[in-house]
Design a protein around this ligand. Sequence first.
Ligand code: IVH
Length: 657
Amino acid sequence: MAKTVDIFIKAEYDELVKNLAQWDAAYHTLDAPLVDDAAYDAARRRLRELEERYPQLGNVASTAVGAATSRDLKTFPHSVPMLSIKDTFTEAETAEWLERVGGGEIFVEPKVDGLAFSARYEDGVLVRGLTRGDGATGEDITENIKTISDIPQKIPVGGVIEIRGEVYMARSDFFRLNESGGKIFANPRNAAAGSLRQLNPKITAARKLRAFAYAFGEVSSRTWKTQSEFFQLLEKWGFKTTKEWASAASDMDDIQAQYKHIEAIRSQIPFDLDGMVCKVNDIEAQRRLGFTANSPRWAVAYKFPAEKGITILRDIIIQVGRTGVLTPVAELEPINIGGVIVARASLHNADEIERKGFRIGDKVVIQRAGDVIPQVVEVLEHAENSRHYEFPIKCPVCGSDVVQDPSKVARRCINSLSCPAMLVGELEHFVSRKGFDIEGLGARHIEKFVELGWLRQPADIWTLIKRHGAEMRGMEGFGEKSIANLDAAIKSRARIDLHRLLFSVGIPEVGEATAKVLAKKFGSLESIRSAGVEELMKVDGIGDIMALEIYKFFRDKHTVAALDELLKHLEIVNPEIADADEGGFWFGKKVVLTGALVKYARDELKEILENRGAKVQGSVSAKTDIVIAGSDAGSKLDKAEQLKIRVMKEDELLEYL
Ligand code: IVH
């Protein structure tokens, strides 16, 4: 029997259909995807899942919306195939290889764990970038690699030269990306691959990708004789190499020493590597040795020991991050993997648990890739009495509802106002410029005050000085004056515009623009709080998902308690947020403000003008329509006079307002 569809499911479904239609249209007509491929795939997967579970919703997944879309990259053949390298795992195997190549000088480089690229230069200009693909044909990533600064777009080399290397993501950038609340990647390699193989190079550009160069493909005139010489040229041409961790070796002892050394410092190297590549240094000798069907005889990948282990998944716990994202973590029967005892490992997200079928009690495979947090890779064997894991629908830290953004896999706690896990992040948002804009309460102070237990919710800001001012006086960086200033800043913000308040409290999906729309349409916090989903949806610019988020926010007992506490300290003002009147004087005018005005603060005037449809600019140009000049106006006024632009003094301005 089909399950009944509640309004939440229906709203999620409608939003998915709407988004996918929009994304498909943008993708096909504009060639400018609105979301990255992973988000698109996740949304399609979710749509299919919903339709399978609730057939009465419809059958869009297999018909209309983008059923036949091909979101694939173009492909091109490689002029010289991109091969793989044979692996060795022991000193003996590596020594055997060394003997086969007849000894001689070996160049030893780290084996970077990323995605191979080939960059073709013609007369010094980067003309094409390809992935390795199947080795014979690669995917076109020309525009994407142009966004990576480690790969120069021009090099001082004539003719044709193809430079090959590895695109990778530094571990620190990988962690930051995963914490940013979007799709969660399993490891830096996947993150690099996912970021590089994008149809929209803007997405690639937004990710921090780096690259090392280490090999060449087609070359019209080779001027180097050895791999070590080639490394120096690469550096000279503007590429990055792994020279810091590479070395020349003349026998197996040297190779082994370098291997041990790199393995020992592996965790301090800022990127993941999974072994050492040993290459015959002399290029002519390489030529003579040649290739087997799929790898060169002159190179070998001497891998670090596989860092996998098998153990029991004892339990799954949830960690709540600073942005409120709930991350499932596996509690394991402790196991020794490569000398490190592993008792916990990441499970990434709820989807991953479902997809891979992890059940509590199962025998699972654990992997420690580089020094990234260990991960549960797959189920080896379901235990007879293993049990299904239900992802919580309440935040384990504060008990509030958990919500899921339909285009993302992450699930978040809704209680932005007082969930202890999110407090620092939320308070930073709360006092930010578009919110309460409290000067002197920066990120470092917030962190400190939260740690001391002085700030547990936004309301505490207004009792902070009274309760803890004395203690603050003894703290580093707090003088009498700065405390007085902070006190004044906090007090001055007790009178707050409704839309700023709405922005500050961190309702999911509600940014500055929506906050303004809400403030204008409803006029008071009370009417927004009591509005139903339908009523919210009637407002222009508020879709069903957003309406639902707003509705849920004001029904959560924890957020409501924190909000009520906060309101005790505030006086809400509701400034006129007028629709820009297209016939009005200010509509479409380009305006520059300069000098000091008596009646308005500059930010205030800017907002008033913008609400009437003016564009307030930073500098005077021939396109400026009006310069508003207060007292002590300087060079901008001079320039306006020079360009014969209309200048308005304060009394005239008042008339026009
Ligand atoms: S040389 C013909 N050098 O390993 C050999 N490869 O298993 C050309 N890799 O696809 C490659 N670090 O993605 C070379 N220092 C290094 C490397 C390296 C990583 C990757 C590369 C290649 C794979 C082969």
